[in-house]
Ligand binder design. Structure first.
Ligand code: FAD
Ligand code: NAI
Length: 469
């Protein structure tokens, strides 16, 4: 069966897997991709990045129509929510994206196999189809890109109806009266914001004493203040110890994280968002002896080779931030190395964005990380209240903060909380990637009037010479 022999079989078609497959095909490798879902695109396109951003944008428009246009002299009355239509928008966006991947596979001649991929031996992948039938692919290389799954919380069993993961929270058929979100991380704040805007009373229960623990502390504190003003409430330093289902509601039992007396909290819907874990179930890793670390992640070298020759892994299933663009970069490098080229990823220049309103974006290191590493740094900050375009757009919340090496002025980190922060951070990601100094960015012409002038001003502020404040 000549057509079942490949140079590369990718298992999983998320942003890591599908991008690796396309890049490998571009480089002339005969490539197949095995996906067990009905549609391509993985977590990100089907139940992650894309549907969540569709609902974030839609709910933002609702909120704006309801409360946000009066200040511009635009009177809007009779604003109503049509939740089924909003969900239909989300479904259409997902569909066009997953079909886009299918088109790209055809265009690049990537063979698609529908079923669960099981590694029988190095170079041998069995595809177990939805009807139970199996076919065997032989290949020079196997790339594991099976992604991640929801981290369960003992005592709070997800039924995707009243106790939901992000997947259920993207598909509620009515706005809950009371939504309790367990976990003040990215999913909790994004999806909490969606339902808060649509009318839910949202309480975020977070184990640590701050939200967004990976972010720069000053930024996450500011974010909490803004989100609090919007109506989200926070119970920090609190753990959920159990959930009881009532006829119409869920009663959660809470305890202070440091120990202490128990309290209860009533919810109509509970969203469990305490992180994700690598997904390697049923993949046959034990058979071939692929090594995992203590957190169940596949161990690779910096070119994404596992300990078993011919088997590679990328994306959420290996170490590093669980981000779509990180998985994509790894997919490209893995494919290029397989094809005999060289590749490299600078993990210090991978941006992260939380798509709340305002957006929160970061690249490089936080103040806390620099302090811990004993690196002397300078800080430059500039608030959007002093930016002309931000005033015109009525988006003066937030600031740009850059961190530069005290001795060399090289940019080490950048943090933005503000409108369009997710798009603006890219300038600073590029600056970090090119090893730029704050002076380089400060001397670069930024179009006026744009929000990006706040970046230039923050870089000028590193040496105490901002113009507009
Ligand atoms: P995945 O996208 O998880 O894809 C893995 C695929 O492998 C899945 O389709 C799965 O069905 C398939 N698979 C698994 N095992 C097998 C098998 N044995 N055989 C066949 N197929 C298999 N990241 C961002 O960067 N930006 C965002 O805005 C963002 N928003 C998110 C919102 C939510 C609600 C969630 C849950 C995640 C979000 N993420 C976001 C994270 C992002 O989705 C992941 O980092 C990204 O999808 C990881 O890509 P991946 O290719 O490693 O794996
Ligand atoms: P997360 O790691 O961002 O946040 C989890 C939060 O839950 C943390 O603040 C943690 O301290 C807290 N927590 C852990 N155990 C807890 C407990 N028992 N009780 C209360 N709080 C607890 O994980 P999240 O939000 O589930 O997202 C998963 C992954 O998906 C993240 O790694 C993220 O990178 C990715 N993602 C990315 C998005 C983006 O880039 N915009 C959007 C959504 C998800």
């Amino acid at each position: 069966m000549a057509d079942m022999q490949f140079d590369l079989v990718v298992i999983g078609s998320g942003p890591g897997g599908y991008v690796a497959a396309i890049r490998a095909a571009q480089l002339g490798l005969k490539t197949a991709c095995v996906e067990m879902r009905d549609t391509l695109g993985g977590t990100c396109l089907n139940i992650g990045c894309i549907p969540s951003k569709a609902l974030l944008t839609a709910s933002e428009k609702y909120e704006e129509a309801k409360h946000g246009l009066g200040g511009f002299g635009v009177k809007v009355t009779g604003v109503e929510l049509d939740l089924p239509a909003m969900m239909a928008h989300k479904t259409r966006v997902v569909q066009s994206n997953v079909e886009g991947v299918q088109f790209l596979f055809k265009k690049n001649k990537v063979a698609r196999f529908h079923g669960r991929g099981v590694i029988d031996a190095p170079g041998v992948v069995k595809v177990v189809k939805p009807d139970g039938a199996a076919e065997t692919l032989t290949t020079k290389n196997i790339l594991i890109a099976t992604g991640s799954d929801v981290m369960p919380l003992p005592g709070v069993t997800i039924d995707e109806k009243r106790i939901v993961s992000s997947t259920g929270a993207l598909d509620l058929d009515k706005v809950p009266g009371r939504l309790v979100v367990i976990g003040g991380g990215v999913i909790g704040l994004e999806l909490g914001s969606v339902w808060q805007r649509l009318g839910a009373q949202v309480t975020v229960v977070e184990f640590l004493d701050r939200i967004l623990p990976g972010m720069d502390a000053e930024v996450s504190k500011h974010a909490q203040r803004i989100l609090g003003k919007q109506g989200l409430s926070f119970k920090l330093g609190t753990k959920v110890t159990g959930a009881r289902m009532n006829a119409e509601s869920v009663t959660l039992t809470l305890e202070p994280a440091k120990g202490g007396g128990e309290t209860t909290l009533e919810a109509d819907i509970v969203l469990v968002a305490i992180g994700r874990r690598p997904y390697t179930e049923g993949l046959g890793l034990e058979t071939v002896g692929v090594a995992l670390d203590s957190r169940g992640r596949i161990v690779t070298d910096h070119h994404f080779r596992t300990n078993v020759p011919g088997i590679w892994a990328i994306g959420d299933v290996i170490a590093g931030p669980m981000l779509a663009h990180k998985a994509e970069e790894e997919g490209v490098v893995a494919a290029e190395v397989m094809a005999g080229q060289s590749g490299h990823i600078n993990y210090d220049a991978i941006p992260g964005v939380v798509y709340t309103w305002p957006e929160i974006a970061a690249v490089g290191r936080t103040e806390e990380q620099l302090k811990e590493a004993g690196i002397a740094y300078k800080v430059g900050k500039f608030p959007f209240t002093a930016n002309g375009r931000a005033r015109a757009m009525q988006v003066t919340e937030g600031f740009v903060k850059v961190l530069a090496d005290a001795r060399t002025d090289t940019l080490l980190g950048a943090h933005i909380i503000g409108a369009n922060a997710g798009d603006m951070i890219e300038e600073l990601a590029l600056a970090l990637e090119f090893g730029a100094s704050s002076e380089d960015v400060a001397r670069t012409s930024h179009a006026h009037p744009t929000l990006t002038e706040a970046i230039k001003e923050a870089c000028l502020a590193v040496d105490g010479r901002p113009i507009h404040i």
